[in-house]
Design a protein around this ligand. Structure first.
Ligand code: I24
Ligand code: DGL
Length: 264
């Protein structure tokens, strides 16, 4: 068996990236770790997030992977540089691809970034945007109430709409034409977010952009899988197996689910 693409996340949010990978690269084998036992990463200290992310990457490196995708924005912000310096395989984060898509979409070079406290405090999106367009203006907003709303399953509710409206209020004084959903969970709130931003604002979610980068890097390194017989992805969780399995099943609708537990 050839080594798969590894995907790591703080929990189940990274399944949004897996879904896009399965769509665009159906022949690629995938192994995923979700650190459900220690989710969320958003409010944690940088050093802790670095250590947890390194543990997940090491666990996959031991199993053998040809490439790593850090599907979590908070983990990418804290640990991408460290991991790139440490591991020999190519590593893709979710921040650079989202930043690139945003500067391409924006006509005014004024971009809003929504993310967890960890992602916003890191300044990683500002850095990535400024590397591409030095004169861009970046308006970052931490939205700490968003992940709990999604994880409580209320993301479609009127309550969710109210929380989104309140959280986005500081952006009313700000001019921007593009907003980045800088967190795995926010695409589930996209409808509410769009509703409480000016109608002309373009919303960017990074999952699709990230998979473009994966495709490019596979090709560049000549490590694509050429065989077309499908292989089913393998999912590991550090948390409760049954809950994890039901979210994977619900989100990905795969017929043969291989879900296991792992200790880091
Ligand atoms: N969505 C997320 N996390 C959860 C959840 C959810 N519970 C319901 N929904 N729980 O993230 C996190 C806690 N752990 C506990 C241990 O097991 C795993 C989960 C967003 C997922 C994005 C892919 C709502 C829900 C769902 C299925 C699909 C999508 C979704 F049940 F938002
Ligand atoms: N996966 C995280 C992110 O994209 C959100 C959940 C968490 O805080 O761990 O930032």
């Amino acid at each position: 068996m050839e080594p798969p693409i590894g995907v790591i996340d703080s929990g189940v949010g990274g399944l949004t990236v897996v879904k896009e990978l399965l769509n665009r690269l159906p022949n690629e084998p995938i192994v995923y770790i979700g650190d459900d036992a220690r989710c969320p990463y958003g409010p944690r200290a940088v050093e802790e997030i670095k250590a947890f992310t390194m543990e997940m990457a090491s666990a996959l490196a031991e199993k053998g992977i040809k490439m790593l995708v850090i599907a979590c924005n908070t983990a990418t912000a804290a640990a991408l540089d460290d991991l790139r310096a440490f591991f020999p395989f190519p590593i893709v984060g979710v921040i650079e691809p989202g930043a690139r898509a945003a500067v391409n979409a924006s006509q005014t070079d004024e971009i809003a970034v929504l993310g967890t406290v960890g992602t916003v405090n890191s300044g990683a999106y500002e850095d990535a945007i400024h590397r591409l367009v030095p004169k861009a203006k970046v308006h970052s907003l931490a939205c700490p109430a968003f992940v709990p709303i999604v994880e409580s399953g209320q993301y479609k509710s009127e309550h969710a709409s109210t929380i989104v409206k309140q959280t986005l209020e500081p952006l009313q004084q700000v001019d921007f034409d593009t907003a980045i959903l800088g967190c795995t969970h926010y695409p589930l709130l996209q409808h509410h977010i769009q509703q409480h931003l000016p109608g002309t604002v373009r919303i960017i979610s990074s999952a699709i952009e990230t998979v473009h980068d994966v495709e490019r890097l596979l090709h560049l390194n000549s490590i694509e899988r050429l065989e077309t017989r499908k292989v089913s992805p393998v999912f590991y969780t550090t948390g409760e197996l049954d809950k994890f399995r039901s979210i994977v099943a619900d989100w990905l609708s795969i017929d043969k689910l291989d879900v296991r537990q792992i200790e880091l």
